[in-house]
Design a protein around this ligand. Structure first.
Ligand SMILES: O=C(NO)[C@]12CC[C@H](CC1)C2
Ligand SMILES: [Ca+2]
Ligand SMILES: [Zn+2]
Length: 316
């Protein structure tokens, strides 16, 4: 089915030039691609006050060159994340059935955050101190779209251990799509300070996350308690995933790395077939073992490494 793709271009948040699919109508170009599933569309929510006014106004330009860096990155990175899940995992959009991917940028006022709100992605501009516009990080876009996939599959409840797994799964696929490192948000975090990140999967403790179950942080299941510390305790499962891919010795336990690609396949299969809405960390260990067994056999190195990675972070 040859779809006539129109190509637009622009510079992203970091000033880097990129190209992406656009639409042309009534003499204007739009950030709307139709060749991926039900389409990828990017909106400007600058004037939006209430959530009911989302997504806002579809981003347009008189030419096929776009000047809004946050919009350029939200659109181009949504294409990359769509392509990753389609080409690597055979999944057609976040629902597996070609759901349109909708993003809004310039949401809120200097909002230091981004989110999947159940129907679309929303990105703040950041305050220029803590964050620059958050769609400028491919791992953030991957993180948010993975929340949508999780919601459509395991639907891990967003609190306590299942919520920490929900967060970790989003970090894992954010890191897989942004395949150069094990950091999260490094491209948009603290623009005035180089070399730091919002989270580290290779060394969660660097940004005050636990890297062992014995260090699990019990917090109230309230907004102020980060719903039981979902963005804190995700470090434990993040460390396990990092060890599974790269290997290492952690708290005296040796893990033989199996590489990023196999690690991604194990977590994708665990997420879509074995995890459920109330899965605990112990359930995560079993789901990963089952997925690795399906994929590589019960006597495989991959299965042994899954067991060792979870033992290394104190999850049995
Ligand atoms: O973890 C997150 N949301 O659940 C973050 C927080 C900062 C980045 C954008 C959104 C990641
Ligand atoms: Ca990264
Ligand atoms: Zn998240």
């Amino acid at each position: 089915n040859t779809v006539h793709q129109l190509t637009g271009s622009g510079r992203g948040v970091l000033g880097d030039r990129k190209t992406f699919e656009v639409d042309h109508k009534y003499g204007k170009y739009y950030l709307k691609g139709t060749s991926r599933g039900g389409g990828i569309k990017t909106y400007n929510a600058y004037h939006v006050i209430y959530e009911s006014q989302l997504p806002g106004t579809m981003v347009s330009s008189k030419t096929n060159y776009f000047l809004d860096g946050a919009a350029v990155d939200a659109h181009a990175y949504a294409e990359k994340v769509y392509d990753y899940f389609k080409n690597v995992h055979g999944r057609n959009s976040y629902d597996g059935n070609g759901a349109p991917v909708i993003s809004s940028v310039h949401v809120g006022r200097n909002w230091n955050n981004a989110a999947w709100i159940g129907t679309q992605m929303v990105y703040g501009d950041g305050d220029g101190i803590v964050f620059r516009p958050l769609s400028g990080a491919l791992d953030v876009v991957g993180h948010e779209l993975t929340h949508a996939i999780t919601e459509k599959t395991a639907n891990l409840e967003y609190h306590n251990e299942s919520g920490a797994l929900n967060e970790s799964i989003s970090d894992i696929f954010g890191a897989m799509v942004d395949s150069g490192d094990w950091l999260l948000g490094e491209d948009v975090y603290t623009p005035k300070q180089s070399g730091d990140a919002f989270r580290s999967m290779s060394n969660p403790t660097q940004y005050d996350q636990p890297d062992h179950y014995s260090r699990y942080v019990r917090l109230p299941d309230t907004p102020d308690g980060d719903y039981g510390g979902v963005h804190i305790n995700s470090g434990i499962n993040n460390k396990a995933a990092y060890l599974l891919a790269e290997g290492g010795t952690h708290y005296g336990v040796n893990v033989t790395g199996i590489g990023r690609a196999k690690t991604a396949k194990i977590y994708y299969r665990a997420l879509t077939l074995y995890l459920t809405s109330r899965s605990t960390f112990a359930d995560m260990r079993q789901a990963a073992i089952k997925a690795a067994t399906d994929l590589y056999g019960s006597a495989s190195q991959e299965v042994q490494s899954v067991k060792n990675a979870y033992s290394a972070v104190g999850v049995y």
